[in-house]
Design a protein around this ligand. Structure first.
Ligand SMILES: Cc1ncc(COP(=O)(O)O)c(C=O)c1O
Length: 408
């Protein structure tokens, strides 16, 4: 295994949750696909906000409120820089799920019964159900992209399918949350956009691992969750190409998103304000700024290289165990291992692993269509982040061998 260049010891010290024992064993946290751990600076920023800085944004004239507003807008600018877009193109939401709902609902006046919405079998339910609802409301047709037996896309087949369907919308993940496989988005986006489709990318899993420049990726919408980027829960966002974003119909209305209100009608503000009604998660957004600052101390390539080295090692060790069915590809993967052991229930494997301090996810991972496609009800999922190291892999494999000895 290649030597790690990253100062992983120091990084792990920054994440207090990692430095504890679970069931009398050192914690091996392999559930970052569900939510990442938080560095001390994110925890401290949250506490500092409520201790010293708490005030509402955009509505006060006093110092605390003005400072809170400045911080809140600064984090929007920081987020825009992270993704290579403009501040006015970032809308705060409570997560990727809300952001997809915002887009799907926001398009309801533009979509008609003559339209086709392409979805894919790898999608998280968050990127399926809102499109199903939109299709039901508008009469639009849903069409599922073809998928290889192993859960990977054949890009050529996808392009053929897109050309045949002439979709109005393509909703697709940048990386599968269950398998970790990375989608060949540039080719798919180019094809879909050449036919006039709006491309909505679920970036919940890719935002931290791949740090995409969204102007280069050239998608129209992209959603992310802060809690999968070492930030707090309850914060996420939507990037939208400005003209398309501003053309969405708000799906939540109320205070702060309006220009003027009379008793019987209102005039809305422009994006992003018109999608941010009510009091936002100010502390969370402020702490997300700390998460982005933390990430910015590394070159992204450095993080990715480290993650890939640890993931490749884990993949090769897991693949050698008799009776393991490994569904994740090793190539083009953000660092997720989706597997089963013989016909053992994934809950049993995950519960036994927990007994050795190893935290993995088990179940359908909110991807029931993908599980059906793979011919399984669920799987165990070990998902990695840059704070994992080779020792985590060794402990995980040792624990798995011990579980197997119990199960056999
Ligand atoms: C690919 C993908 N999309 C959407 C979501 C939903 O994200 P959130 O629960 O943060 O809204 C998840 C969460 O696991 C995900 O992995």
């Amino acid at each position: 295994m290649p030597e790690l260049k990253f100062d992983i010891t120091r990084v792990r010290q920054d994440f207090p949750t990692l430095n504890q024992s679970i069931n009398a064993c050192p914690l091996v946290y392999l559930d970052s696909g569900a939510t990442t751990q938080k560095p001390q600076c994110v925890i401290d920023t949250t506490a500092k906000f409520y201790t010293d800085e708490n005030a509402n944004v955009h509505r006060g004239r006093h110092t605390l409120s003005e400072n809170a507003t400045i911080q809140y807008e600064n984090v929007r600018a920081q987020t825009a820089t992270y993704f290579g877009v403009n501040s006015s193109e970032i809308v705060w939401t409570k997560g990727a799920t809300e952001a997809i709902n915002l887009v799907a609902n926001g398009l309801r006046k533009q979509v008609t019964a003559n339209d086709t919405i392409i979805i894919t079998p790898i999608e998280h339910h968050a990127n399926l159900v809102p499109w199903q609802v939109l299709a039901q409301q508008t009469g639009a047709k849903l069409a599922a992209m073809p998928l290889n037996k192993d859960g990977t896309f054949d890009t050529e087949l996808c392009l053929k399918f897109i050309k045949k369907q002439k979709p109005a919308i393509v909703a697709i993940s940048h990386a599968s949350n269950a398998l970790g496989n990375i989608t060949d988005l540039p080719t798919i986006i180019e094809c879909a956009k050449s036919l006039g489709a709006i491309v909505v990318v679920d970036g919940a899993q890719s935002a931290m691992h791949l740090k995409p420049n969204l102007k280069i990726l050239d998608c129209d919408f992209y959603v992310f969750s802060a809690h999968k980027m070492i930030g707090p829960t309850g914060v996420g966002g939507l990037y939208g190409r400005y003209e398309l974003l501003n053309a969405l119909t708000p799906y939540q209305t109320g205070g702060e998103m309006i220009q003027t209100v009379t008793l019987y009608e209102s005039v809305y503000r422009d994006a992003p304000a018109k999608f941010e009604s009510g009091t936002p998660n100010i502390a969370g957004i402020t702490a997300f700024g700390a998460a982005l600052s933390y990430l910015s101390q590394f070159r992204h390539a450095e993080i990715f290289e480290h993650e890939q080295a640890v993931f490749n090692y884990a993949h090769s060790r897991l693949a050698k165990i008799d009776g393991i069915y490994l569904y994740s590809s090793v190539k083009n993967n953000i660092g997720t291992l989706c597997f089963n052991y013989k016909d053992e229930h994934p809950f049993d494997v995950a519960t036994l692993l927990d007994g050795y301090g190893v935290a993995v996810r088990a179940g359908h991972h909110c991807t029931q269509p993908l599980m059906a496609h793979l011919g399984i009800n669920g799987s165990v999922r070990a998902s990695f982040a840059f704070y994992n190291n080779y020792s985590d892999v060794d402990k995980f494999i040792d624990a798995l061998q011990a579980c197997i000895a119990i199960l056999d």
